[in-house]
Design a protein around this ligand. Structure first.
Ligand SMILES: *Cc1c(COP(=O)(O)O)cnc(C)c1O
Length: 399
């Protein structure tokens, strides 16, 4: 059986791997996106979990412009103050001792996996290279990341998958333990699953994974590309559980829309990453790290995370009420803080389309979820506006 394909006489100029809505956006302001016709949409997907500080945040725009007039890039064989400063700040904020910058989430995830494999090789155990991942996980779209996720729509037709990923059921410690062999190197998990349906790992679960890793000499890896950078009301989601990983990847809101990712590791976990083992042309360029520094300036201001938790609670209560008011449309409410979703009774893509008609942007996720990852600076009035639209659309879809 052949895979689906695009007829050659209907090939658009942009490779058709997305079902793109027929809307052209021209400008963004905070939580709002404005089309070429001047229509305003409430952007409750925040770019795509990227604009933690909203579109066109004045401090971030200024940082980018200032840096743009000075220096865009050097080879990574030289140093820049912007890049070292961002690395030092990330180290100070976390468990990590060292950072490698990349240009995207998946690159940061893949750098983590390379770091993990190289660690075991550096301690004379190269046979330990396998990584345990979870059903419904999403780590990006490179060949390694799709091999880790194993989702059919991502892997089908792309040839033999890279070896070395063992998948277990989400939240199932027995399966985790049973999957560990002499070849296991690490466990990789999103503390809050985004793409896969807004599922939150409990504090107990993360603590148990830490214990299992310590017991079996495995490294623990967190993918905080989506749930990190303030999304759950702390700088990183794992802080809620009071456990730290050995390696972590971040991206998305770190650049507020400017492409940047980072792999963070302890000195021990990174011991194999010596000169010549890894690299990147653009990774850690001063434009990207100037933006990252400006993002951290805002997010580490006194009271910032407190406000995120407050607006997250506000949204949680309002969304909970929606689930109760419309049980035939929203069957479950999930997530944490500024990362929330509804499991839908109708097709989630129909709900997303109906919301878009009313100029509210939501996003589909696994488990038939419609998800919302609005900017962390969203106001109560903007949440109310979204809730009005959700209420209207739910009434319309229930009838
Ligand atoms: C978005 C995302 C990625 C991939 O990031 P890209 O920048 O698209 O490569 C990986 N992991 C998680 C959890 C994500 O949300």
């Amino acid at each position: 059986m052949a895979d689906e394909y695009t007829p050659i006489d209907r090939m658009p100029v942009l490779m058709p791997v997305y079902a793109r809505a027929d809307i052209y956006f021209e400008r963004g302001e905070g939580c709002w996106l404005i089309t070429d016709k001047g229509e305003r949409y409430l952007d409750f997907i925040g770019g795509i979990a990227v604009t933690g500080l909203g579109h066109a945040h004045p401090d971030i725009v200024r940082a980018l412009k200032d840096q743009a007039e000075k220096l865009w890039i050097t080879s990574n064989v030289f140093k820049t103050h912007q890049t070292e400063k961002l690395a030092r700040r990330l180290v100070e904020l976390t468990f990590a001792d060292t950072v490698f910058f990349q240009n995207s989430g998946v690159e940061a995830w893949e750098c983590s996996i390379k770091t993990i494999r190289k660690y075991f090789s550096s301690i004379g155990q190269p046979q330990r290279y396998r990584v345990i991942t979870f059903q419904g996980c999403f780590h990006g779209r490179t060949l390694a990341a799709i091999a880790a996720s194993k989702a059919e729509k991502m892997v089908k037709g792309f040839g033999p998958m890279m070896e070395g990923f063992d998948q277990v059921a989400w939240g199932n410690l027995n399966e985790v333990r049973a999957a560990i062999t002499e070849e296991t190197a690490a466990i990789s998990i999103e503390p809050v699953i985004g793409e896969g349906g807004m599922k939150v790992a409990s504090n107990e679960f993360l603590m148990s994974l830490r214990k299992i890793c310590d017991e079996f000499g495995l490294l623990l890896h967190f993918d905080e590309i989506q749930c990190g950078m303030g999304r759950t009301g702390k700088m990183f989601a794992h802080e809620w559980a009071g456990v730290t990983p050995d390696v972590m990847c971040i991206a998305k809101a770190l650049g507020n829309g400017f492409p940047i990712g980072a792999c963070l590791a302890t000195a021990m976990a990174a011991r194999g990453m010596v000169v010549g083992t890894h690299g990147s042309t653009y990774g850690g360029n001063p434009l990207a790290t100037a933006v990252g520094n400006a993002v951290l300036d805002v997010m580490t201001e006194h009271g910032f995370m407190h406000r995120v938790r407050k607006i997250g609670d506000y949204m949680w209560n309002k969304f909970d009420a929606l689930t109760k008011a419309h049980p035939k449309v929203f069957t479950e409410h999930r997530g944490k803080c500024m990362m929330q979703g509804f499991v839908c009774a109708p097709l989630n893509t129909d709900v997303v389309a109906a919301l878009r008609e009313q100029k509210l942007l939501g996003l589909g996720a696994g488990d038939n979820v419609v998800r919302f990852v609005p900017p962390l600076i969203t106001t109560e009035a903007e949440v109310d506006h979204a809730v009005d639209i959700l209420d209207r659309v739910a009434k319309q879809m229930a009838s």
